[in-house]
Design a protein around this ligand. Structure first.
Ligand code: BGC
Length: 346
């Protein structure tokens, strides 16, 4: 195992961005850049042992800076949406950045994903990224110290461990926003997916959960038995219409804060399997419904549904829905969560 640090590029403000490549003994590797603590490349073997980068993304820093679809980044302080960019905590109302259509806060206003993080190699297969978010940045209370540690193992597991401490009561929801394509390129509609969720959170036209869980049974949202992502994606269904495809939070069965299976994706042509485990209560399946036209890796334009995200998270708009598992981080307490992406072949 080894970690290699290289210069990646310069931000428009002049700040240097570095990349850290964690390579295992078979040559598989995870590359993370300091801008947004972004998972930039992930080379894992197919059935024949051939290594391919299975992430949609960009060839260089310019793409990461210019684009707003959050490729591979760590999002925070609150991943996903907060209705009206507003919530009340301990009797105080907070207004956070409304960066989506002027009405919704999406991905914390882009703060964490847009920042250049500090990085430290902590072992021969792990790199720790740290970021300090000042009090009231994007409207979120608390001076927050965050760390995200990426560990890549010899058996092709990428472990992402999140920690945070705040000096005021606040809310927190951190995730990684990688767009996966287990074949390396092309449509993701033939990828088979199973999600360990009997319930999901239906949304309104602004992608805000309606507040109640709904059973997936008998709907296009039933991934309890593995099926192709594309099988029902074009079904006549008002929820699919609201998301322009899948762009919904699934409630992981049996959430208790321990690391548990959330999803398994299998791409039949390459044989690649990706298993997702998390300590968090939800996972957003987003099927790249808005990827189009932008020049991505290899100088090729991206296309609809050529990448899918499995963003482990607290449910969207949790700060305004008391019944959802709480995302409150108390002053001085330690936030921690973990998500693991395990790769194998079949
Ligand atoms: C959201 C999508 C959004 C995408 C990129 C996902 O987490 O749910 O609606 O288009 O991020 O911003």
């Amino acid at each position: 195992m080894s970690v290699e640090k290289t210069f990646y590029g310069k931000m428009p403000c002049g700040k240097d961005v570095h990349s850290y490549s964690i390579k295992n003994s078979s040559g598989a590797c995870a590359q993370i850049i300091t801008k947004g603590a972004t998972l930039d490349r992930l080379f894992v073997p197919d059935r024949a042992g051939k290594l391919t980068d299975i992430l949609v993304g960009f060839d260089d820093l310019e793409g990461h800076v210019e684009r707003t679809d959050y490729q591979g980044v760590v999002v925070g302080q609150y991943a996903n949406r907060i209705a009206g960019g507003r919530f009340t905590l301990s009797g105080v109302e907070y207004n956070v950045t409304r960066n989506e259509k002027g009405i919704t806060c999406l991905h914390g206003g882009g703060e964490y994903s847009g920042a250049v993080w500090d990085a430290e190699i902590i072992s021969d297969n792990a790199v720790k990224f740290t970021y300090f978010s000042p009090d009231m940045n994007e409207g979120f209370p608390g001076n927050v110290d965050v760390s995200v540690t990426y560990t890549f193992t010899d058996d092709n597991a990428l472990d992402i461990a999140y920690h945070a401490v705040s000096d005021r009561d606040t809310i927190i929801n951190l995730t990684n926003h990688a767009y996966f394509n287990l074949a390396g390129h092309g449509s993701i509609l033939g990828t088979q997916l199973r999600i360990a969720a009997d319930y999901y959170t239906p949304i309104d036209e602004n992608s805000i959960p309606l507040g109640k869980l709904a059973s997936v049974s008998g709907t296009p949202f039933d991934f309890t038995v593995s099926k192709e992502i594309g099988r029902d994606i074009n079904a006549e269904d008002s929820q699919l219409k609201n998301g322009a495809g899948y762009d919904h939070n699934f409630c992981i069965n049996g959430f208790d804060g321990s690391l548990r299976p959330a999803a398994v994706a299998y791409e039949p042509a390459s044989g690649r399997v990706m298993q997702v485990l998390t300590t968090l209560p939800g996972v957003q399946l987003y099927t790249g419904n808005f990827l189009k036209g932008v020049i991505g890796k290899g100088g090729k334009p991206m296309d609809y549904r050529t990448g899918f995200c499995l963003e482990t998270q607290y449910y969207p708009n949790t700060p305004n829905v008391p019944d959802f598992p709480s995302c409150v981080l108390k002053k001085g307490a330690e936030y921690s969560s973990e998500t693991v992406f395990c790769f194998s072949v079949k």
